[in-house]
Design a protein around this ligand. Sequence first.
Ligand SMILES: Cc1cc2nc3c(=O)[nH]c(=O)nc-3n(C[C@H](O)[C@H](O)[C@H](O)COP(=O)(O)OP(=O)(O)OC[C@H]3O[C@@H](n4cnc5c(N)ncnc54)[C@H](O)[C@@H]3O)c2cc1C
Length: 486
Amino acid sequence: MSSDHQPPILLWFRKDLRLDDNGALSQACESGRPVVCIYIREPKQDGIGPLGGAQEWWLHHSLEALATALADKGNRLILRSGEAAKVLSGLAQETQAEALFYNRHYERDAADKDIVGALKSSGLEIKRFRGQLLHDPETMKTGSGGAYRVYSPFWRALEKDGEPRDPVSAPSRIPAPGSFPKSEALKDWSLLPTKPDWATEFGRIWQPGEAGAHKKLKRFLKKPIQTYKSDRDHPGLEDATSLLSPHLAFGEISPARIWHETKGLEATNDVIHFRKELVWREFSYHLLVEFPKLATDNWNDKFDAFPWHFSKAQFSAWTKGMTGYPIVDAGMRQLWRHGYMHNRVRMITASFLIKDLMIDWRKGEEWFKDTLVDADPASNASNWQWVAGSGADASPFFRVFNPILQGEKFDPDGDYVCRFVPELRKLPKKYIHRPFEAPKEVLERAGIKLGETYPKPIVNHGEARDKALAAYAHVTGRSGDADPRD
Ligand SMILES: Cc1cc2nc3c(=O)[nH]c(=O)nc-3n(C[C@H](O)[C@H](O)[C@H](O)COP(=O)(O)OP(=O)(O)OC[C@H]3O[C@@H](n4cnc5c(N)ncnc54)[C@H](O)[C@@H]3O)c2cc1C
């Protein structure tokens, strides 16, 4: 019997928008049965969407790329909106499908359980395949059988385990059904911003989709990885890191594929450091699976009593990159313009929001979720809690980043600041991270009027730090001495 006379398999794409190393897809193809490829736009539920604005932009282009890749293999992408269980059972009836294959999606395990329960009772064969991690969280346990809560032993356990599995290549052909069910039109989903179109620069930097992911990996492995360890902390160096995070967030490339491609390189400290960063992503997911409320609740509940203070005006200045601290403002403007921010600057801007402005980390997490193209439920939440000090294996609260010293250390020539805060370009390097200390005539020569062309600092860092540390000491009963090196 030819494949198109057999009942098809429904292949449910979610955050695995790729053909390479896609367990559900390769197994569906190997079965020889026709495959109906679906992407469902679901209404908001626990663990499911909606995506932030920047990721909607990405999703639009990523689905276009996936549709093209499927067409090249003789198949088609079907788009539907609605609750997954209803859409899938409707499609199963329409296409006479007898099976559903999908890859695991860790943050929505609970929601999936209900969906799968409903579909199984209607007689559909359901197969779940590995998710977007090197190791499933259940397989990584401490000696006493618990989940890891500290990164270093987690990394050592992975090392001891040996190399992760090898990735599986994309199928050469994806058998199509005799006829395709109807698809909604992507443009009708209105994922792209219109008025205003704040994503004008995104397309210059990013190429969403699997091909774009592989290009980024190739570029990174060719050179930047050789100096990754030292360069990754310097935001002024463009392209010193892999820029793979949004591709990983949408599953356009698998971590196993990335790891595998680094195996051809000599295992220098730089290569190992890069792998360790990939493992920070793994660790974040392990924390999320252990504590599904990672984005909403303090891991350390002592922080529940922290006296956060929300000032609308200060939050707005932070989001707009108008705090008067150049490195913070450059980071927040990079985020708005590119849907991305350098890792070092993410730490500085997050520390500023939490400790200088004493605004609850959850407000920052939400803003990042809406504006980052790489927003990831595990990495975003775990990193915000890391900076706040409320997370597992977190940076202590009393480590307060000084935005001036951080700028001078990691962007000594002000290259990064000048790229995103052009009004400071003519300022001598000496003042680039502290324009408020520049003499009047220096500011005049640089064409800067503080408070007019560039803001005065919205808080005094020293005073703000003391206030935050006093609040911390009050909540935890610990001394709030800051680390002067930060
Ligand atoms: C406050 C804050 C929020 C963050 N939010 C996110 C987020 O929503 N999504 C996200 O992917 N990363 C997040 N990060 C982590 C990190 O900033 C980005 O992963 C990194 O900047 C992405 O750039 P890259 O791909 O060039 O990274 P590279 O330096 O090339 O690293 C390779 C990969 O390792 C992973 N990785 C690197 N650093 C971390 C880290 N600290 N935690 C977890 N995984 C890491 C990412 O998948 C990254 O793509 C956040 C960090 C902070 C401090």
